[in-house]
Design a protein around this ligand. Structure first.
Ligand code: G3P
Ligand code: MG
Length: 243
């Protein structure tokens, strides 16, 4: 059965990439979470989507220019609603301490396609293993060099290239990277592409699927997972609760 991954948590109803958003996604029926990881100035993996803190906190500047102590002062919830004013940017470690106590699957997106973060791959990999999450974690990135680096570290992990438009025969590209999965933009997945990926045994987890008609399409096809801002809508469509 197609799994449901909450994109940055339950980011339609909570400020993205906060603990409130992850807890809500679990409540709403997500079976997995997609999160985005950057490094602070002092090299600590933190969970936030953008390279800068401007859009999702009350601060401004690049994540890479904040120490952990500085970034922890920021309010990561009020931009969304005052009810979330006490949300902070989670460290990856805090997040892992929590998720390991749940049954959730995990997709960590390494956000190093615009900023270079020294040793991001190794740091994230070590933390995931230290918290016993290795078997439940998929690594994705728009930076495919990072994925190849991870593959070199460990032949047994699931790595998934993210991309933004129509790749020609994505199964060939996945094989070239040593990837068992792809995370494509949902609109690129025409039936022949889905069929080709299935024929080549490549797992497919489209992003970001928020519309009933597309959710239905992917559940019908039984792709491996959908990545969505609306885990409750996805669950309702999967359950056939929506006519
Ligand atoms: O992992 C799927 C999706 O999160 C990729 O794009 O920009 O939302 O991180 P973005
Ligand atoms: Mg992401």
């Amino acid at each position: 059965m197609t799994k449901i991954y909450g994109h940055r948590g339950a980011s339609k109803v909570c400020p993205e990439n906060t603990m409130a958003s992850y807890i809500k996604a679990l409540e709403l029926g997500a079976e997995g979470l997609e999160i985005d990881v950057h490094l602070t100035k002092d090299g600590i993996p933190v969970v936030i989507h953008d390279e800068t803190v401007k859009r999702t906190t009350n601060g401004k500047g690049y994540v890479k220019n904040f120490s952990l102590q500085e970034i922890k002062q920021l309010d990561a919830g009020s931009w969304f609603s005052s009810e979330f004013q006490y949300e902070r940017i989670p460290t990856l470690e805090e997040f892992l301490q929590w998720i390991r106590t749940t049954p959730l699957l995990l997709n960590i997106e390494l956000k190093n396609n615009k900023v270079h973060y020294e040793d991001l791959e190794q740091k994230v990999y070590n933390l995931v293993n230290a918290y016993g999450m290795k078997e439940r974690t998929i690594y994705s990135s728009f930076n495919h060099y990072s994925l190849v680096l991870l593959r070199g570290m460990d032949p047994s992990i699931d790595i998934a290239p993210l991309y933004t438009s129509n790749l020609y025969k994505p199964w060939n590209y996945a094989n070239q990277l040593g990837a068992w999965s792809v995370h494509p933009p949902f609109k690129s997945l025409h039936p022949p592409i889905l069929e080709g990926l299935r024929r080549h045994n490549i797992s497919v987890r489209p992003y970001t699927v928020n519309k009933e008609k597309w959710l239905y399409y992917f559940f019908q096809y039984e792709v491996d997972a959908v990545i969505t801002d609306l885990p409750d809508l996805a669950l309702a469509v999967r359950n056939g609760d929506i006519p």
